[in-house]
Design a protein around this ligand. Structure first.
Ligand SMILES: [Zn+2]
Length: 87
């Protein structure tokens, strides 16, 4: 299943698809009708590798630590405003 599982972190976005397509969820391997409520999962934020995943699979994977977000694996950097105010 490509390198979906090899990413260090993922970006998760609500999917807003209106195409009557069917995807395969990378988390459970099951079919996912595009019109159902679900998420886009982007390995390391890479839109070219994005996958459609069931909302419940994303929730379960987050809970069990299988879907780390960027802020989980990278130390938080000071925001741009904090950096500007420090000068
Ligand atoms: Zn699923």
């Amino acid at each position: 299943m490509s390198d979906f599982g090899a990413a260090r972190w993922y970006a998760v976005r609500p999917a807003g698809s209106t195409k009557p397509a069917t995807y395969r969820c990378p988390l459970c391997g099951g079919f996912l009708p595009a019109l159902s409520r679900h998420y886009l999962v982007l390995p390391e934020g890479d839109a070219a590798r994005r996958r459609h995943a069931h909302a419940r699979c994303v929730t379960n994977a987050r809970r069990s630590g299988r879907l780390p977000l960027r802020e989980d694996v990278e130390p938080r950097r000071p925001g741009i405003l904090a950096r500007l105010l420090r000068r």
